[in-house]
Design a protein around this ligand. Sequence first.
Ligand code: ARG
Length: 464
Amino acid sequence: MSNEKKMWGGRFSEKTAASVEAFSASIHYDSRLYRQDIAGSKAHAKMLAHQGLISAEECERIIDGLTEIGAEIAAGTFVFRPELEDIHMNIEKALADKIGDAGARLHTARSRNDQINLDTRLYMRQVSLEIIDQLSAVQKAFVGLARTYLGAVMPGYTHLQRAQPVLISHHMLAYHEMFGRDKERLRDGLKRINVLPLGEAALAGTGLPIDRDFVARELDFPKVSANSMDTVADRDFIIEFCSSCAMIQIHLSRLSEELVLWSSEEFKFVELADAFCTGSSIMPQKKNPDIPELIRGKSGRVVGNLMGLLTLLKGLPMTYNRDLQEDKEPLFDTIDTVQASLAIMAELLVNMTFYTDRLEQLTAGGGFMTATDLADYLVRKNVPFRQAHAIVGETVAYCIQENKDLPDLSLDELRTFSNTIDDDVFAVLSVQGSVNSRLSAGGTALQRVEEALLAAEQDLGMVA
Ligand code: ARG
């Protein structure tokens, strides 16, 4: 327990219990916000000076003192004190120790309730942009793969059963779309993060003549918050961000599941680089896809953090409640997890190769993946689709009995099921014919995929 009086200790006659100090301290995690706390305090001090609430000289001393403190923290020489609870009071106390009275004026017309809200927003604003860049890196990896394997085929699945042939590039570009939506969500969330809370003070505003627009300009916020009570109680922007991050991690998890399947001996669609796999301590032959497995596993904590935050807010009356201090660990853990997962996934993808020969064999050999093409062929010959479906069903049943696939059938055999079939049928029964017939917007035909690929490359600045 410290013997010093607390900064809020005026009305207390007893010292705070050591157990209480330990229980309520947040400095061991909110110290990560020191840069934002200092930036916010500098802007606040400038505004106070501009409004005549402190002198220009005091403002200068505050700013120099804060700059020194920032350098000490960055250099690792600053001593954080748990009995000072949080980053705000650790910095404020250090400032007061350095510059005396002027430091004691910094907290004029502000509360830790609006201050923590500001620090978190400033931090999330920066992290959102970082994650958007990381999503672009993952998209670029997919676009790179799509370009490398353009024209190569693979089985497309529904219900994890072979369905229709697709281009590998089409599958890669599906992930490009997915992660593109994630970027949009984060960009949209930035609109709500980018609102200045400072100046709302504890919950009701302040009687001192502050200028919030001045601070907004200093810190590059396009607008200031509208209601002091809502502002200090609001954590929606954190939940929204953690929801966007949960979506990202779920996308990564679905992708990971594919990579785990694809790298198995049973599928053997891809080879993950040795540098991104690990061995078994007992089975010498093993090469395990631990990275996608871990990413998949980490989706549990990211989803859990979101649930935790929703539950944190559930029963809270207006306005600030100390419960809200519990928002930061799930937020930070989510950020760390998503950033680490995106970074390693981008590397893993760039170093992954497809077994194109095997994929082509698998796609052509078996699974009746051109059955829909045969049905569509019949439709073009004016057979109603339901009838065409039945005809192809019978044809497939015949193939199973004869141990053949559709392209293996002779024209005579095919014509026993429908006499509308001519020898132009073989063009659609081949894998390439099937793929390239799917010219509908968003389809897997080479032409459509080439267009989508070029658009993606342009969007990501990979080509002029
Ligand atoms: N450490 C606190 C938090 O994270 C800062 C605000 C504390 N405000 C207060 N009045 N105790 O929410």
